[in-house]
Design a protein around this ligand. Structure first.
Ligand SMILES: [Fe+2]
Length: 322
């Protein structure tokens, strides 16, 4: 939680600054200076969250600066043309780069670095960030990749900054830490999830925009991997295909265990959620959306600890878009 004085000092600087994505590397450099005003315990907590295997998989930062005036929530998932100040964007990117490098993915939100996550009427019941009328199952954010692995070029972290809470304050974000999930799973189910008999379906946005709605499956992979003290976990929101009956049974048990152990939070204006995309799975409840400019509005970044391992995907015209 930021002290009020720090919140106000950072907010004042951000209010008079232009859209940070226009000259992103310069903006990130300046935001590094701005966010050095965080109290050292808070700053170290965020840095440790990003760099160590044994820290929590989810963290909430509260009392962040907000834009003095917020326009209507966009209804189409695109950035709002009416937004005149860029406090939220500065907060999002300033916090994000404490964890890693912001990246854009060409097949997700057109490669933008700041994603506007809002309910979109045409995707209301989909397993995507456009949904509202459906429980968004426990998943990781994955990225389509022509080499067949959707769990390797995907973000290490995501950050969600809340600009506007949903009108009935019913939207809950869940996080199930893989360490807790493994503790809840029967041993034989964990063992099944550790064998490569699962194929991830590409993100709903990719399937919709690039594959005419047909499933696009990854190579077979394991859902859980790594040492018991720090397991990694991956699940695609748009469906995982088990290659055996046993695998499908294990997936159903996995969702139940996630619900049993999950932390939950209702994101409010001025709060941001830091999510480790490898240590656990996240989910979201249903909530009421009316697509009238007053709906829930989050902004999101995707982060990599290093851009090196995804350089083969690099877009010709941008160092941060892959
Ligand atoms: Fe997600």
């Amino acid at each position: 939680m930021l002290p009020d004085s720090v919140r106000d000092a950072i907010g004042e600087l951000l209010e008079s600054s232009p859209d940070p994505v226009e000259d992103i590397d310069r903006s990130l450099t300046w935001l590094r200076v701005v966010f050095s005003a965080l109290p050292i315990d808070l700053l170290q907590g965020i840095l440790d969250f990003g760099r160590h295997a044994d820290t929590a998989g989810v963290a909430l930062v509260r009392n962040l600066p907000v834009d003095p005036e917020l326009p209507m929530t966009p209804v189409n998932g695109e950035p709002s043309p009416l937004k005149r100040t860029f406090v939220a964007e500065g907060v999002l990117l300033g916090l994000s780069q404490l964890l890693g490098e912001p990246v854009g993915i060409t097949t997700e939100k057109a490669g933008r670095l700041v994603h506007d996550v809002v309910p979109v009427s045409t995707g209301a019941t989909s397993q995507t960030n456009q949904s509202s009328a459906a429980f968004l199952n426990f998943h990781s954010d994955i990225v389509f990749d022509e080499f067949g692995r959707f769990d390797l070029p995907n973000p290490d972290f995501l950050v969600l900054n809340c600009l506007r809470q949903d009108r009935n304050r019913e939207a809950v974000t869940y996080y199930a830490d893989a360490r807790d999930v493994v503790g809840d799973l029967p041993a034989d189910v964990e063992q099944t999830l550790r064998t490569p008999q699962f194929r991830l379906n590409a993100p709903g946005s990719y399937v919709r925009d690039h594959a005419g709605g047909a499933a696009v499956l990854s190579d077979p992979i394991a859902i859980i991997s790594g040492p018991p003290s720090a397991p990694g976990i991956v699940v695609s929101a748009n469906g995982v295909v088990g290659l055996t009956v046993e695998a499908d049974t294990a997936l159903a048990q996995l969702q139940r265990s996630c619900r049993a152990v999950a932390h939950e939070v209702r994101l409010e204006r001025g709060t941001a959620l830091l999510i480790n995309n490898r240590k656990g799975l996240h989910a979201r409840s249903q909530f009421l959306a009316q697509h009238d400019g007053h709906d829930r509005w989050l902004q999101r970044t995707y982060l990599r600890r290093s851009l090196w391992d995804i350089r083969y995907r690099s877009a010709a015209d941008s160092r941060r878009v892959h």
